[in-house]
Design a protein around this ligand. Structure first.
Ligand SMILES: Nc1ncnc2c1ncn2[C@@H]1O[C@H](COP(=O)(O)OP(=O)(O)OP(=O)(O)O)[C@@H](O)[C@H]1O
Ligand SMILES: [Mg+2]
Length: 358
């Protein structure tokens, strides 16, 4: 059974179409992350699922029931927002109980539900406090608690962690994932942070300009991006992309030939974009690798790794190298060595991935 199904979903604000016919099936219990740059239509899509925005065209079903015309409160979804939207004058317990009282759940049942969920979220000792007297992370947990107590069919999250500092964000990210593993509720999660998308998702949906660019598991999208947009969006730092021309055995980039595994099928001369992940290089040449000369201009230590910033043929590129505890040896780097099996090729005009077969 599908948890949530979007079929040709369109959203117009007045005459302006901002979501252009989205097809997506979220399986029951699946955790799907919508990711993409600001303004690409993530929140609009999520809000249409929640019932907070009218759907201009297409069909939306939740657990096989068409809900286009069903009010938000009757869709059996619970949404967690970036700003938490807690009631400032109510304590934690009352914030969590609010929706249950509206639904006329019996008092003692509300009490046990709140206690259970507070236990899961580590909020038991804060039940009497007001939101103003909580840390950002605790407030975030209350917002989650308020969604969980309702036992919805679907959780919808809109950038729930973006108000937290980096450390807390990482911690809450892990909590959300553990919670999902434990509760197994179908979830649609919106973020513009690709690391959040990679770490949380069963499947990622990469959106761009009101359309879906690609859907797949984090590793599918990382290993086989369908186009240069996805290649440039996922991965940190993103894939290096440089113009080249196919040869019989690889691609010519400036005055360097990068060898590429797989038959080129007589496509020599074709203009391509050559994609090289920052981590897919070595500093020492080995059998089959090709050397790509770079003018190094910056080494950024991250600890166990360092980022090497440089240029080849006037294109800025970033590579990752191990530090082995020291970066002195990295300042003299003047070339990186590329494994022919890991190079990606894209059509120069359309940006679509090219696969010539191994
Ligand atoms: N009420 C509205 N009226 C008109 N246009 C709107 C309205 N709400 C959103 N839009 C437009 O719809 C597009 C998608 O907006 P949306 O909020 O879904 O983006 P987003 O992907 O969530 O971006 P962000 O990462 O910045 O939150 C944007 O171009 C936005 O300007
Ligand atoms: Mg948004």
């Amino acid at each position: 059974m599908s948890g949530v199904n979007l079929n040709g979903i369109v959203k117009c604000y007045g005459a302006v179409e901002v979501v252009h016919g989205i097809d997506l099936t979220v399986a029951e219990k699946e955790f799907v992350v919508l990711v993409g740059p600001s303004g690409c239509g993530k929140s609009t899509t999520l809000r249409m699922i929640a019932g907070l925005e009218e759907i201009t065209a297409g069909d939306l079903t939740i657990h096989e029931r068409r809900v286009n015309r069903i009010a938000p409160k009757d869709r059996d979804v619970a949404m967690v927002f970036q700003n938490y939207a807690l009631y400032p004058h109510l304590n934690v317990a009352d914030n969590m109980a609010f929706g249950l009282r509206i639904r006329k759940m019996p008092k003692d049942e509300i009490k046990t539900t709140i206690e259970d969920v507070a236990g899961i979220l580590g909020l038991t000792e804060y039940l009497d406090r007001r939101p103003a007297d909580l840390s950002g992370g605790q407030r975030q947990r209350v917002a989650m608690g308020r969604a969980i107590v309702r036992h919805p069919k679907v959780f919808l999250f809109d950038e729930p962690l973006s108000n937290l500092d980096a450390k807390l964000r990482t911690q809450m990210r892990a909590e959300i994932k553990r919670l999902h593993n434990r509760l197994g509720v179908t979830s649609v999660y919106v973020t513009h942070d690709q690391v959040e998308a990679m770490t949380l998702a069963d499947r990622i949906v990469v959106m761009n300009d009101g359309r879906i660019e690609q859907v797949g598991t984090p590793m599918e999208l990382f290993n086989n991006p369908a186009n240069t947009f996805v290649a440039g969006f996922l991965g940190s730092p993103p894939m290096n992309q440089i113009k080249g021309t196919l040869t019989q055995t690889g691609a010519q980039v400036g005055d360097t030939e990068i060898k590429i595994s797989g038959a080129m099928n007589g496509q020599a001369g074709r203009d391509v974009i050559v994609g090289i992940r920052p981590e897919h290089i070595t500093l020492k040449a080995s059998k089959n690798t090709s050397a790509l000369p770079i003018d190094l201009d910056l080494v950024e230590p991250l600890g166990s790794e360092a980022l090497l910033h440089g240029r080849h043929d006037n294109v800025e590129m970033v590579f990752k190298a191990d530090t082995d505890g020291d970066i002195a040896h990295l300042s003299g780097v003047n070339a990186v060595h590329i494994n022919p099996d890991l190079v990606k090729l894209f059509d120069a005009e359309t940006g679509r991935a090219l696969n010539f077969g191994a």
